[in-house]
Design a protein around this ligand. Structure first.
Ligand code: TRP
Length: 356
């Protein structure tokens, strides 16, 4: 039998997202945003703004969370997420996600959730000690529900999110076993064929899983003040790149291309021949100083961000916020249609269909 044409076959789905905690930076770009922009045609894409997750640590800041939610959307559109092709999901507009969070929370042992390394790291980094809310650890289950509501094949994320994806895969297998009768020995790729409702999704890490910040030591992050934002100006980029610490003083001494500066060289200078040349000269100490390399790195980052500035100017002007709200309204309807289909089937599988 001839295979069906690829143009009519439904495309596999992607779901991924960001928590609105402020502006996105170039670490987000190389870790995941770039993949999202690139895969928009090959996959049916759902990009989620996890505004409910922001409440797990900032329940007293609804206005800031609302503002940050729109900031993320602007960053995405600027970065090339195309609202004609992808669906933007504002988490709070899709109540089915919250319902699924409840169901999945029964399938994960409490201690399993608390052992999730990403969750533990976050408690550390944010210095939450034992003062976090009851809802805080629930966000990790919520993230499984964000994903599984859309039944995606692929979840493009930064490296720090892989522990969440692993937990999501676990709970999807358990759901299929408990409510769809799938044999637990079934290989992941065959769950749906074996009658499982939820496909077991795969994580996809970008070409740079963990970009070091301009402090040269810690992961780039808003809370550490070591980030280059997608909205930074040419002057801000230059200034921040100039801060990258390498510890090198003598431009004629062999340099270490495993340093932070060269992670930027490899991440942002697009011509591979130029990267190889810089690495070679730096290693040999061929009269090439950090200052010189930094000028090229700053120019490369500026070239990446220039088209984003241009795109942003189209909707980030006074009086143009309607564009954002229009996108959220039409996309929420699409997202709710997809989510209702999954939750209808979840309820069926869990014997929760009393009203027919
Ligand atoms: N926790 C993710 C972050 O902080 C954001 C997120 C929420 C997410 N739900 C998701 C990522 C679902 C991927 C899939 O970056």
């Amino acid at each position: 039998m001839p295979s069906t044409s690829t143009s009519t076959a439904p495309r596999a789905r992607i779901l991924t997202g960001d928590t609105p905690s402020g502006k996105l930076h170039i670490g987000h770009w190389v870790g995941s945003l770039e993949n999202r922009a690139r895969l928009q045609d090959a996959y049916e894409c759902y990009f989620l703004i996890a505004n409910l997750h922001a409440f797990t640590t900032r329940a007293d800041q609804p206005s800031e969370i609302a503002r940050d939610t729109l900031e993320i959307l602007k960053d995405w559109l600027a970065a090339g997420i195309d609202p004609e092709r992808a669906t933007v999901v504002v988490q709070s507009e899709v109540p089915a996600i919250t319902e699924l969070t409840w169901h999945l929370s029964m399938l994960l042992p409490f201690n399993r959730v608390m052992r999730n390394p990403t969750l533990k790291d976050e408690l550390d980094v944010k210095g939450l000690g034992d003062k976090y809310s009851f809802g805080f650890p629930l966000y990790a289950v919520g993230q499984c529900a964000d994903i599984l509501t859309f039944r995606p094949a692929l979840v493009p994320v930064g490296e720090d999110q892989l522990a969440h994806i692993e937990m999501c895969r676990e709970v999807a297998r358990r759901f299929n076993h408990t409510y769809c009768g799938v044999d637990p020995a079934t290989p992941d790729a065959e769950h749906v064929a074996a009658g499982g409702l939820l496909p077991i999704p795969e994580g996809l890490v970008g070409r740079v899983g963990r970009l070091v910040g301009v402090d040269g030591t810690q992961k780039m992050s808003k809370s550490l003040g070591n980030a280059i934002y997608l909205t930074d100006t040419t002057a801000q980029i230059k200034k921040k790149v100039a801060q990258i610490y390498t510890g090198r003083v003598d431009t004629n001494a062999p340099g270490d291309t495993n340093n932070a500066l060269f992670q930027y060289v490899r991440s942002f200078i697009t011509d591979p021949a130029r990267v190889a040349e810089l690495e070679d000269r730096y290693r040999r100490g061929d009269a090439i100083g950090d200052g010189h390399v930094k000028v090229e790195v700053a120019a490369a980052i500026d070239a990446l961000l220039a088209p984003m500035r241009e795109r942003r100017a189209r909707f980030d002007a006074p009086g143009r916020e309607d564009i954002l709200h229009d996108i959220i309204r039409t996309h929420s309807a699409r997202a709710n249609t997809a989510a209702a289909e999954t939750l209808g089937r979840v309820r069926e599988a869990m014997k929760l269909r009393f009203v027919r």
